[in-house]
Design a protein. Structure first.
Length: 179
């Protein structure tokens, strides 16, 4: 049995949940999300909570049970509070700026890299070195933050590049000339 799958998802005030067969729709103040559940998992709303249960036995079913419970919990949190990722740019001449709703990043290439804002995702730039990505879908926010970080991953010698806020970069000692 899945330990996570057994825990019901609480529905906060202002969030509506509709279950049509295997499709679950969550609507809140910030927007709406929907997801198709696998046929091995059954969801139902009781006492302002979403309860999940497997329809058959097995290890893969147990894994799907916990996974889908967490994904639906992320949907509920997303439509009620939203998600946010912060990135920091470190390096001389490295900077970011907004071009309308899109993001333009200059990180040592011959020209700036442009990232288009997908529907439901908003960018923010603070003093050209801090980027924030916000949205209701945790998967999209994390994926876009990872794509931006991959433009110039932090290198271990000087720490230059794009990193998550609060991320610790393990530094290496530079090369030393022989004596």
């Amino acid at each position: 049995m899945s330990r996570l799958g057994r825990i019901p998802v609480a529905i906060p005030a202002g969030v509506q949940v509709k279950i049509n067969g295997q499709k679950i729709d969550v609507k809140g103040d910030k927007g709406a999300l929907s997801r198709e559940l696998p046929p091995e998992i059954k969801a139902e709303v009781k006492d302002n909570k979403i309860h999940f249960s497997p329809t058959c036995e097995g290890d893969t079913v147990s894994a799907l049970w916990g996974l889908n419970r967490v994904l639906v919990d992320n949907m509920v949190v997303g439509v009620s509070q939203g998600y946010r990722k912060e990135l920091e740019i470190v390096g001389v001449g490295y900077k970011a700026e907004m071009k309308g709703k899109d993001l333009s990043i200059l990180v040592g290439f011959s020209g700036p890299k442009h990232i288009k804002a997908e529907p439901g995702i908003t960018f923010g730039v603070e003093n050209q070195t801090k980027i924030s990505i916000a949205g209701i879908d945790k998967e999209k926010v994390g994926e876009i933050a990872a794509e931006i970080r991959m433009l110039r991953k932090p290198e271990p010698y000087k720490g230059k590049g794009i990193k998550y806020a609060g991320e610790h970069i393990r530094r290496k000692a530079g090369k030393v000339a022989g004596k």
